[in-house]
Design a protein around this ligand. Structure first.
Ligand SMILES: Cc1cc2nc3c(=O)[nH]c(=O)nc-3n(C[C@H](O)[C@H](O)[C@H](O)COP(=O)(O)O)c2cc1C
Length: 674
């Protein structure tokens, strides 16, 4: 299951309208100076500092060390809030000429927020997960501030922006919790808290709007001047001989976020579902951990997979930038400011950067388009780019018709002016403005008890049509990568997948006899395959396992994943049989399927079987697990709560409290995505 979608990726550019006033000639001059000093590309974030080398865990000390006037604290799981934090720092530095530090919340002692000086502005940029929880790296901080009661923060000045998705029940709750804790403790809120909404694909625009409001406030209330920003590279790039041809490709470990990655082969790949008339399938993969004896996973864990970009998109971008002849040359990349964090390996090649380290398939944010307009020498292209990026609505309408990543955008612009060339575009621009590649997270579909050295993954391969140009398809980067990757043969070792096991709290009850209710739609079935395998194995060796009910939703019988396997396990008789009920729901039933006349969703089936479900959950301390779309999880939750209310004559509040309690005691789990 692809928990993290392509659109979740971000980093961005941000030279604002003021940058549009500078001249390309000035930029060309800067470039000439840079090249003459043997740098391929440069640019500077001047003073914007990150926590990469945090020596202190005191937030105040951190801001004093660098004499910062703005300190940005971020909490992020898949990179959005982190990227926005760095982008804000870059702009504050370049436009407001204000020293700004960027801190990962996990690197600091939460209590030291109270020590921050009154003269320093604190900015929170934090995303929300699960049941309205903060991202992992912000959990300690949020639990600290939400329990503060008196007014120890009355000297603080703060601003806050949250990253979330309104399809979730607790939209942007983490940033709301931080802001309300700050207010309760007397801190002064400088501008209304901003909220990015991934559901309407507007996080970038929401952030842009919020940032402009924040900067305007700083200009009017703090007397800061908003200078015309110029493009300044944050990295130095020089050529360097590579020790071996592929050392640039493999130098992953220099990146903090990739230190735990391992390289493993895919040993099998099977198509487990196809969909009539749709360019869509579902594949089952097995990855082999045998060569990494120290790496262990537990049933219910996730695996993060780092993809490579599709060859055609790699070739497109390298081609349009005119970098074909240099793509295998070694490059040494360093940050201009030692306190800053490099997001790509320091020793690499253009080919490796573009194929592995940068998310070149990500949509190009509007601000990047406006920055590009500043960097082109073609008046026609500049006008085109300015037209597309002029305002939020025009840009959104343009995206409805185009699949717009950077390579495609540059090509499209060349089609407006055949004399235009992007060969002058600095490589540093590509590093600064394209988001770093993020891994996709999949639930592991095998049991560590049954198959400790094999990791199973279920991947939906489902291209998304461009809204108003359905013939154009946007393919998921990781699903495409996994679906075409080489498997090992006798003569070939196969390519290796870069991956990392990630711990999860989606775990079976410790008590084997506790009942387990599992509700899945589509590839949400993945962790339940592992759960069922695990309990089936334990039952087969004589353990007494509790009742299990598995609800599985699909379009019809033919795409009901692992249908035969579950049916067989559910019908096996005998003392050591698994007490499993397997219940399907078909939303587009076909001739031959049960209940052909009626669309049925998993929540309908949960309602049909609600007495049994609720009895397990209320009377015998059973646990429920829901995995799939947010809308499905909400519908299932509503059905169960309604039945619990009727059965026990409870109020809505009492039923909500019961569910909260089940969550706290790890008996109600949701692993959902929108
Ligand atoms: C598994 C999962 C759970 C999520 N839960 C919530 C939620 O409860 N509330 C919310 O507003 N957004 C939720 N989101 C959306 C994220 O907050 C959103 O994707 C955000 O942009 C991620 O930011 P990050 O990349 O900085 O971690 C969830 C996303 C995922 C993948």
């Amino acid at each position: 299951m692809d928990l993290i979608k392509t659109l979740d990726y971000r980093l961005v550019s941000d030279l604002k309208q003021s940058l549009l006033d500078a001249h390309y000639g000035e930029y060309a001059l800067l470039l000439a100076v840079i090249l003459s000093s043997s740098y391929v590309y440069n640019r500077g974030m001047n003073g914007a500092r990150s926590s990469a080398t945090a020596a202190t865990r005191n937030i105040d000390e951190k801001s004093r060390e660098s004499d910062a006037k703005i300190i940005i604290l971020w909490g992020s799981q898949s990179g959005t809030a982190e990227s926005l934090a760095h982008r804000l720092a870059r702009d504050a530095q370049q436009r407001l000429k204000t020293v700004t530090v960027v801190c990962d919340l996990a690197d600091y002692d939460p209590a030291t927020i109270a020590d921050v000086a009154e003269s320093v502005i604190v900015v929170f940029i934090v995303s929300t997960y699960g049941e309205g929880d903060p991202s992992h790296n912000a959990i300690d901080f949020v639990s600290h501030v939400t329990t503060l009661r008196s007014s120890p923060l009355s000297h603080l000045r703060y601003a806050a922006f949250g990253c979330g998705n309104s399809n979730y029940r607790y939209f942007n709750k983490a940033i709301d919790d931080i802001a309300s804790s700050m207010d309760r403790c007397g801190a002064k809120c400088l501008v209304p808290t901003g909220k990015g909404d991934e559901a309407s694909r507007s996080t970038q625009e929401d952030f842009l709007e919020w940032k402009e409001g924040f900067f305007s406030y700083l200009v009017s209330e703090y007397g800061m001047a908003d200078h015309k920003a110029e493009y300044q590279p944050t990295v130095n790039i020089i050529k360097e001989e590579l020790a071996s041809a592929n050392s640039g490709l493999l130098d992953n470990k220099s990146l903090p976020r990739k230190q735990h990655t391992i390289e493993i082969p895919i040993v099998s790949r099977d198509i487990v579902a196809t969909y009539d008339g749709q360019d869509r399938s579902c594949i089952d993969l097995k990855l082999d951990l045998s060569s990494h004896s120290q790496i262990k996973y537990r049933t219910g864990d996730h695996i993060a997979i780092w993809p490579s970009n599709p060859f055609d998109e790699v070739d497109r971008l390298i081609g349009v930038l005119g970098l074909e002849s240099q793509k295998m040359e070694g490059l040494r990349i360093t940050v201009k400011d030692d306190m800053d964090e490099l997001k790509v390996p320091s020793l690499t090649t253009i080919q490796a950067l573009v194929s592995q380290h940068l998310d070149i398939c990500a949509p190009v944010p509007r601000e990047t388009i406006l920055t590009l307009a500043r960097l082109t020498s073609s008046a026609i292209v500049r006008t085109e780019l300015e037209n597309i990026g002029r305002d939020r609505e025009i840009y959104a309408a343009f995206l409805d018709h185009h699949h717009l990543n950077l390579g495609r955008l540059l090509e499209l612009m060349n089609s407006h002016d055949s004399s235009n060339s992007w060969t002058q575009l600095p490589l540093a621009f590509i590093i600064d403005f394209i988001p770093p590649m993020q891994p996709r997270l999949y639930s592991i579909a095998t049991s560590s008890t049954v198959d400790p050295r094999r990791v199973g993954v279920v991947v939906s391969v489902k291209p998304t049509p461009v809204l108003k140009n359905p013939a154009a398809l946007i393919c998921g980067v990781t699903s495409t990568y996994l679906s075409i990757m080489d498997l090992p043969t006798i003569s070939n070792d196969a390519s290796l997948v870069r991956a990392e096991i990630r711990r999860s709290s989606f775990k079976l009850p410790i008590n084997l006899s506790n009942p387990v209710i599992m509700v899945a739609a589509g590839t949400g079935i993945a962790p339940f395959r592992a759960f069922v395998q695990e309990r089936a194995r334990l039952a087969s060796i004589g353990h007494k396992v509790g009742p299990m009910i598995l609800f599985s939703g699909s379009q019809n019988r033919s795409d009901s994943l692992y249908h035969d396997e579950f049916s067989t396990l559910a019908t096996t008789d005998g003392d050591r049989a698994l007490p499993l009920k397997f219940i399907t729901a078909f939303s587009r039933p076909r001739a031959g399927d049960r209940n052909i006349q009626k669309k049925t969703y998993v929540q309908d089936q949960v309602l049909v079987h609600s007495n049994e479900v609720v009895q397990h959950l209320v009377d015998t301390d059973g646990a429920i697990y829901i995995c799939g779309a947010t809308t499905m999880a909400k519908a299932v939750g509503d059905v169960i709560l309604d039945v619990v209310m009727q059965r026990n004559s409870w109020s809505k509040e009492a039923a909500d409290k019961w569910r909260q309690n089940k969550r706290k005691t790890a008996s109600w789990h949701e692993d959902v995505w929108s």
